[in-house]
Each structure stands twice: as C-alpha cells, then as structure tokens.
Design a protein around this ligand. Structure first.
Ligand code: GTR
Length: 368
C-alpha cells in the first residue's frame, strides 16, 4: 500500500452525509426544464473549466495531417494508417501521431477513439487494446499516445500542447487532462474528414486517468456520440464528496499537473466545489454513456462511480431518454445496459476483454 493509499478512507461507514449540487437547478436557484438545459449545460461546462480542469484555449490552431503510411492492418480485413497531425498555434508548433485501423467494409463505420499510455508502437499485443475485436465488429480504432499531447510528468507542460498557446500560469489554466481532451477532439476533427468514418458514431473511451480525459472531451465536444469511462475514479466518474479512496487532496498532491491550479482550492474541501462529478457525466446527456468499475479497485471508488451515473440520470430523463435503469449497485459481473450503462467487474484496476465486450455491446445497442 502506498503512503497516499494508507491516508485514504476505505470504509463505507465513514463516508458520512453530503449534499450534491443539483444539475437541474441553475445558479440563479431556478429549476431547469428541457428548454433551459442548453444554457445550464454551458454554465456547468464553465464551472468545470473554472474549478476543475482549467480552460481550454479557443485561439485558432492550424492542423495539418500527413499520412505517414497506409498498409494492411495486422488484423484481417482492415487497413492501418499512421497519420501525423502537426499543429501551429499562436505560440508554437507541435504534432501528434494517430494510429488508425479501419475495417475494409463498405460504408462508413463507427470508430472508438482513445488515448494510450505507452506509445502507439505498444498497442499491438496489448490485451487492453482489442483492435482485432473492434474490427471484427465492424468498428474502427483510432489512438494517440497521451505523451504526444502532454507528457505525464509534473514538469511536462513546456513539452505539451499548452505551449501552443499563451498564458501558462493563470489559476484556471488547463493541465494534462485538458490537453489530453483537446487532443481527442483534434483526432475527431481529422476522422470527420474521412469518408470511411461514420460522423455520427465516434465513441470516445479511456481507462483511468485517460478515462477522466475522455469524459472531459465528451463533455466539451458533442462530435462524440458516446463516451466510455473505465475506472476513471477521482476527477472522472466518481463523486468527490464521498471522500472514499482517492480524494481531491490526494490526487492534486501526487499529480499536480493533471488539473488546474484552481482545483487545489478544494483539497480537503470537496463540499465547496460548485460541481460534483455526476454533473460531468450529465454533460454527456443525451448521448449513450458507459461507466465501468472493478470490485477490487477501491481507490477509484466503484460505488462513487455508480452514484455518479445515478445522479446524472435525471438530466437524461429530462431530455426524454433513459438514464441508468437501476438505483442500487448491481451485483458483480451483471452489467446494466441502459442508455447510461454500468457494470462492476470482478478483479482489480484494469481494462479487460470483459469490459470491452460490455462497451461494444452498449455501442451496438444504442448507436446501432
Ligand atoms: C492512479 C491515480 C488514479 C488513476 C490511476 C491510473 O495512480 O491515483 O487517479 O488515474 O493512477 O491512471 O491508472
């Protein structure tokens, strides 16, 4: 057990009571109906930008894709491309490399879009990355190494896409999660130029820290038709106010580069946050959303992730679609496949073939 883990609450009895901010009550105290939701949605996005992830810069950035190679994919019936996308911003230039596998089927296909932890060269043979299964189900896969966008270290910022823009120091300046989410949107921009890609079926996914980034990308960018959060935990799907497992203070201490400076104000003061993570999930509404936990991954707070999905559901229902169909934590390995889907898998912190089967099933079911 690490020092941080020994400081964390692992006892459900110690969670105590807490009051969540209501996504359906505006900052003016008025209830939000379906007509008022778009304005409330913008308000919640601003609250997350100002208090949690930092502001995503809006300055124009030029993006120039270059196809480095196109060849038969290692997976039968598909083509693999490596595409370098270079960016020119007001304060610099950088690039990222997309690894894209698309089935050779006729007609535009859904594409799963996600960042990887170790580099595109490690995707093949990684059980966490089942490109062959995706191809087999008629889906494409697009991935970028997260370090192309923000090297995952405390001093990674000068080598990140943040360096394209000015203002590196403001309290609401973005961190690694903001930069990773920005990169996911730039992958979407590129995919949307390809006739083989179904523009209405881009699915953003991520595991753990990259799940936090995937959710923030889906919240900001409605080009993503569905979002998948696998064990995204603190700063992802799980409720901060529960103080179970990793907390705001612990995450800011170990990973000060992930969030904005402003988020540090809430170390040990989660109840003062004007948002909680159910509101991030609510920003995905009415699009399908998969939230997944693992029973031994107590650090991510499985119950907190489940409750995030429960408390996001009223927004789905307001918008006339089904949220999460259950209100009690389902038994282990018994997935719930409503429009907001949830499962808790046996085992520990990981993304497994079992998790992927649930995500692909949910995509089939809700995106067709
Ligand atoms: C842990 C971190 C979590 C989670 C995880 C991961 O060390 O505390 O928030 O993101 O890493 O990314 O695997």
């Amino acid at each position: 057990m690490t020092n941080a883990q020994s400081q964390a609450n692992d006892d459900e009895a110690k969670v105590g009571t807490y009051q969540l901010p209501d996504p359906l009550v505006g900052s003016d105290g008025r209830p939000v109906d379906a007509a008022a939701w778009p304005a409330r949605r913008r308000e919640i996005l601003d609250l997350f930008a100002d208090n949690v992830y930092g502001r995503t810069p809006t300055a124009a950035v030029g993006a120039a894709p270059t196809v480095l190679s196109t060849e038969p994919s290692p997976f039968a019936g598909a083509t693999r491309s490596r595409v370098s996308i270079s960016f020119a911003g007001p304060h610099g230039r950088t690039s990222m490399e997309v690894l894209l596998d698309l089935p050779d089927s006729v007609g535009p296909v859904p594409v799963f879009v996600g960042l990887n932890f170790r580099g595109n060269q490690h995707v093949d043979g990684d059980s966490r990355w089942p490109v062959g299964s995706l191809i087999g189900r008629g889906c494409g896969s697009a991935t970028v190494y997260c370090g192309d966008l923000f090297p995952d270290r405390v001093d990674g910022r000068p080598d990140s896409v943040a360096a394209l823009f000015e203002d590196q120091s403001a309290a609401d300046s973005w961190g690694a999660i903001g930069c990773w989410a920005w990169g996911l949107s730039r992958v979407a921009d590129y995919l949307l130029t390809l006739p083989q890609v179904d523009a209405g079926r881009l699915i953003v996914h991520g595991h753990s820290r990259l799940g936090k980034a995937g959710l923030w990308a889906a919240a900001q960018d409605e080009h993503f038709a569905m979002a998948v959060s696998n064990e995204s935990g603190c700063g992802g799907a799980s409720l901060a106010r529960r103080n179970f497992g990793e907390t705001v203070g612990l995450i800011n201490d170990r990973f000060p580069h992930w969030f904005s400076g402003a988020y540090k104000r809430y170390n040990g003061a989660e109840s003062e946050l004007p948002v909680d993570q159910h509101m991030l999930l609510a920003l995905v509404a009415p699009r399908p959303l998969a939230v997944a936990s693992a029973v031994e991954d107590r650090w991510s707070d499985p119950r907190g992730e489940f409750l995030g999905a429960v408390h996001a559901s009223p927004v789905y229902e307001l918008l006339g679609v089904e949220g999460l169909a259950v209100r009690e934590l389902p038994p282990v390995d018994q997935p719930v496949s409503s429009r907001v889907g949830y499962h808790i898998r046996s085992g520990g912190h990981d993304i497994t073939n079992y998790d992927w089967q649930q995500f692909m099933h949910l995509a089939d079911r809700h995106l067709g």
